[in-house]
Design a protein around this ligand. Structure first.
Ligand code: FAD
Ligand code: SF4
Ligand code: SF4
Ligand code: SF4
Length: 555
């Protein structure tokens, strides 16, 4: 096809040619904008997918991809197992043949780095004078510690538990997150010289005020350790556990006798984890949730797996009373049926009791996993509003103190990691007298993509094999799914559309008649060509054939 020549004159047939010239317009893909940690997903996946064009060996590409990941989040192997992956629900590929399996890819590269024993990268080899205290060795505190230590700060982390990891270790069960994976990723942070003071509770001695006196910067990442109570008759007494207490005991290796009939109350991750853990101890488990499946906050596939494991989920139901015999021994729960009313402040429809509609269930143990709140016992000196710390978006609480993670509101591990990083970057910028650089990713959503899905070939999403239910129940620590094999990893990275960043497909070069595109001598992911618009004939073909939307009409 010969492109039409641009002409300012109106031809005799009345047709006016409007030249369309390309401009290179990189955009933020929706996946990046929806990772609470701020991971540069397109960049790291693209580094592996485009390794040949970038002149990298497979090993070099893996290493570079992992370094891009841990530049943001030091826990890829952990997050690859537990993150609810909001990045995937916004992936542009979803409408074609399923989102890119970002979470599985992260797990593969995270595990690969552990096998290879790759160390975390320092940003400065010069030690600094400032000393930093971190209260809480959960994902928020460890993320803050890591981002400060790699900039040369001398960091001490205090945690009341005997091992680091917070809810990643003492909340999430081993069948979802094996302790050795967590140990490996925490060990790398310690190897940067972070001093871990475990079994050290901050409160009366030392107090937060003592830390503020002795350290230049203090980060508060104490999480939300206390399980909320039901507030119904009969709750006080033996046989009733908070979900976090129960999981904490099991994760420490304490044998908790739950009996034959366990009732779990709640619809979040803690409730599902507690229910599945009790099933692995041989109990019949009924989970009561006051709304419907559609409103359940737990991770979708965890709910599916709980159902596969025969956890009986009773929706639209809530405990009205914990029943006890005359000796005070737990015997059951009187359950109130609910219906959904008007939406509440969260936007979800409020559960309303149906008057007179109750029934009784037998119970040997009741596990209450409805919510948690921070534990301020003996912990003065941190401002909070009804238990929750309010900070600016960058985590700044006062000129010396920062906070992040669940203590600012219940969230996810990815959010805690992102908040720890934002606080560290703010703290560092303040020490340097510069402005906080921002976390890079701008929210971008599906629905306004420049990507042309039709120009990509169909490629089905990787299938994840899950272990048989009987094996899971027989071996409580057995992981439900394996890390995907390398072949599947390499196929899956090739499914990424590289939304709004050049991936060197060469369509533009092929279709540009006057030859206006030139290879860069040192290509990088997202940058392969320069354009010479002086020869452009304005046919717009390059824009039409650019699959990822990187080439857009010049404004
Ligand atoms: C059972 C369960 C399952 C979950 N599943 C998932 C999941 O699958 N995916 C996901 O993304 N998120 C999940 N979450 C949420 C996630 O674990 C939390 O959002 C995250 O751990 C919060 O991190 P954090 O660092 O703020 O707090 P935490 O992880 O709670 O860590 C806080 C740390 O502070 C320490 N501490 C508290 N007070 C003191 C003190 N006074 N002195 C010294 N140390 C102190 C604690 O010992 C603890 O180690 C789950 C949570 C639970 C409870
Ligand atoms: S941390 Fe979660 S949201 Fe972020 S890239 Fe990984 S899976 Fe996606
Ligand atoms: S296709 Fe790739 S770049 Fe585009 S949204 Fe999905 S993961 Fe991100
Ligand atoms: S057509 Fe291909 S090579 Fe050309 S700019 Fe678009 S993605 Fe890059």
């Amino acid at each position: 096809m010969t492109p039409r020549k641009p002409s300012p004159d109106l031809p005799a047939d009345g047709f006016r040619f409007s030249p369309i010239r390309p401009s290179q317009q990189p955009g933020t893909p929706p996946c990046n904008g929806n990772c609470p940690s701020g991971t540069r997903i397109r960049e790291w996946i693209g580094t592996v997918a485009q390794r040949t064009k970038l002149g990298l060996t497979k090993e070099e590409a893996y290493r570079r991809a992992w370094e891009s990941l841990v530049d943001v989040n030091p826990f890829p192997a952990v997050m690859g197992r537990v993150c609810p992956h909001p990045c995937e629900s916004e992936c542009n590929r979803i409408e074609k043949d399923g989102s890119v399996a970002v979470n599985e890819l992260e797990r593969f590269i995270g595990d690969y780095a552990i096998e290879q024993d790759w160390p975390l990268v320092r940003l400065s080899s010069e030690p600094r004078d400032e000393v930093v205290a971190v209260v809480g060795a959960g994902p928020a505190g460890l993320s803050f510690a890591y981002h400060m230590a790699r900039r040369g700060y001398r960091v001490t982390v205090f945690d009341r538990h005997e091992q680091a990891g917070g809810m990643l270790r003492y909340g999430i069960p081993d069948y979802r997150l094996p302790p050795e994976v967590l140990d490996a990723e925490i060990g790398r942070i310690e190897a940067l010289g972070v001093d871990m003071r475990l079994g050290s509770s901050i409160g009366e001695d030392p107090s937060i005020e003592d830390l503020r006196r002795d350290f230049d910067i203090v980060f508060v990442g104490i999480g939300a350790q206390i399980g909320r109570r039901l507030g119904v008759p009969g709750e006080d007494g033996d046989g009733v556990w908070a979900g976090t207490e129960y999981l904490d005991a099991v994760n420490r290796g304490t044998e908790v006798e739950v009996g034959t009939d366990v009732i779990v109350v709640g619809g979040g991750n803690t409730a599902i984890d507690a229910a599945r853990t009790a099933r692995r101890r041989g109990a019949a488990v009924t989970l009561l949730y006051r709304r419907t499946r559609a409103e359940m906050p737990a991770i979708e596939h965890e709910i599916d797996e709980a159902l596969e494991e025969d956890v009986d989920i009773v929706y639209l139901s809530a405990p009205a009373e914990v029943l006890r015999d005359e000796g005070g021994k737990l015997s059951g729960v009187r359950v109130q049926r609910m219906e959904l009313g008007e939406p509440d402040s969260s936007g979800r429809r409020r559960p309303v009791p149906i008057e007179g509609d109750t029934f009784a269930l037998v119970a040997s143990t009741v596990i209450v996993a409805i919510s948690q709140e921070p534990d301020w016992t003996s912990l003065d000196g941190v401002q909070h509003d009804r238990g929750w710390v309010q900070t600016a978006a960058d985590g700044l609480l006062d000129p010396k103190t920062y906070a992040g993670g669940d203590v600012r509101g219940l969230g996810t591990a990815a959010l805690a990691i992102g908040q720890g990083r934002a606080a560290a970057e703010t703290a560092h910028a303040r020490q340097e007298g510069t402005a906080y650089p921002g976390n890079g990713a701008k929210p971008a959503r599906r629905g306004e993509p420049r990507v042309k899905l039709d120009l990509y070939e169909e490629k089905p999403r990787v299938e994840i094999a899950r272990s048989p239910v009987a094996d899971r129940l027989a071996d409580p620590a057995l992981t439900v799914s394996e890390t995907i094999p390398e072949e599947a990893f390499l196929t899956e990275v090739s499914r990424c559309l590289s939304c709004e960043a050049c991936f060197g497909c060469r369509h533009c070069i092929t279709y540009c008649n006057p030859g206006g595109f030139f290879d860069l001598s040192e290509p990088a992911a997202g940058q392969y060509f320069r354009m010479d618009l002086s020869v452009c004939e304005g046919c717009g073909k390059c824009i039409e054939v650019c699959p990822c939307g990187f080439l857009s009409p010049e404004a």
